[in-house]
Design a protein around this ligand. Structure first.
Ligand SMILES: [Zn+2]
Length: 360
């Protein structure tokens, strides 16, 4: 039985438009799963909040202290902002700037503990893959992924695979485990997009990066997933896999130019489920609340072997109809955002830049 980790802290409207995170995300995915009748209480766990001791397993104590100060005072001195990038670079100081990322970390660490003996957990509030040891980056204040993987390592696991399908390079996780051969990190992301890292493979460090061109389609995804990504994961013989699906590689996302249908993400989750006794699926990026919630609900269904209906029951349609989305597209959402869970597939040619990618 798969478990779902959520928290009402994700319902706090802590970001304001035009910040891309000023949309319902993990809580909307949870609400959609409930509206589908897919989330009985027996499968739900409330995320604990990580404490300072938990967080300093990866982060520098002074950085965590600054995050706590930022929440308490809603400001930081200029030198601390400059050093820690809290209240800088689109990482705004908000009313839960410590508690919310600490809850995401607590959730992913709980997921690692719940799977100590095996199992599947979906924690869509986790997935802050840009977070650095002593610096906020890319809307990420705490690297919950590094903390979750470290929890597995502390249990004695020696072969862990991390797959990042977000449109942005998973730089924080890659850096965290660059010198640890126990952790394979694979990131597939849009070439040339912020943070502009992840341009090449580093096989000696078990780091693999697949920077893909704009308009990346379902056929190209299947090509790379089957021929490159799955074989790399299988060769690592993982005892545990952490998947960051994101939702910003989807065609409907406003922050990237990739063109996947959500079928790619749920197919990936379905394939990984068979490859290791432990699987934790996170959330990650994604800036269109409709496509994010639909994708992550489909992933939850896939993890539970629940068939996904072609048309939404009324309660689920009502959940999506109630979404507030500040972008222009939110005023007249296309029908498929409101009436279906699965996207129509988006097949296409496998372009030369994909065919020429180095495959191991
Ligand atoms: Zn992203």
């Amino acid at each position: 039985m798969a478990l779902f980790i959520g928290s009402d802290i994700y319902r706090l409207p802590v970001f304001a438009p035009p910040h891309p995170l000023a949309i319902p995300r993990a809580a909307l995915a949870e609400d959609l799963c409930r509206a589908m009748g897919w989330l009985p209480d027996v499968q739900y766990r409330t995320s604990p909040m990580a404490d300072i001791g938990d967080l300093t397993a990866f982060h520098e104590p002074d950085y965590i202290a600054a995050l706590i100060e930022a929440e308490a005072t809603q400001t930081l001195p200029p030198d601390a902002r400059a050093l820690y990038r809290i209240g800088a670079d689109s990482n705004p100081i908000h009313p839960a700037v410590f508690r919310r990322p600490a809850t995401s970390a607590g959730g992913v660490m709980l997921a690692a503990r719940l799977t100590a003996q095996g199992g599947i957990v979906h924690a869509p509030g986790g997935g802050n893959h840009h977070g650095q040891k002593a610096r906020a980056s890319g809307f990420c204040f705490v690297n919950d992924i590094a903390l979750g993987i470290s929890t597995w390592l502390a249990q004695g696991l020696t072969r862990i695979a991390y797959l990042d399908l977000d449109a942005h390079h998973g730089d924080g996780v890659e850096t965290a485990f660059a010198d640890d051969p126990r952790v394979l990190t694979i990131s597939l992301h849009e070439a040339g997009r912020w943070p502009r890292t992840g341009t090449q493979h580093h096989p000696a460090q078990s780091i693999y990066n697949f920077p893909v061109p704009a308009a990346f389609n379902d056929s190209e995804f299947a090509y790379l997933f089957d021929r490159a990504i799955l074989p790399l994961i299988i060769a690592h013989e993982p005892q545990a896999i952490m998947l960051l699906p994101g939702a910003d590689a989807l065609a409907d996302d406003p922050m990237a130019r990739l063109a996947l249908s959500n079928n790619c993400l749920l197919d990936a989750a379905g394939a990984l489920k068979k490859l290791a006794p432990r699987l934790v699926v996170l959330g990650g990026g994604g800036y269109n609340p409709y496509s994010l919630a639909r994708a992550w609900a489909c992933i939850w269904a896939t993890l539970n072997d629940i068939p996904i209906p072609a048309t939404l029951p009324q309660q689920a349609a009502d959940t999506l109809a109630g979404v507030a989305y500040f972008r222009a597209a939110g005023r007249t959402p296309p029908a498929h955002w409101l009436t279906s869970l699965r996207d129509s597939p988006n097949p296409g040619p496998v372009r030369p830049e994909i065919l020429s990618m180095e495959i191991f």
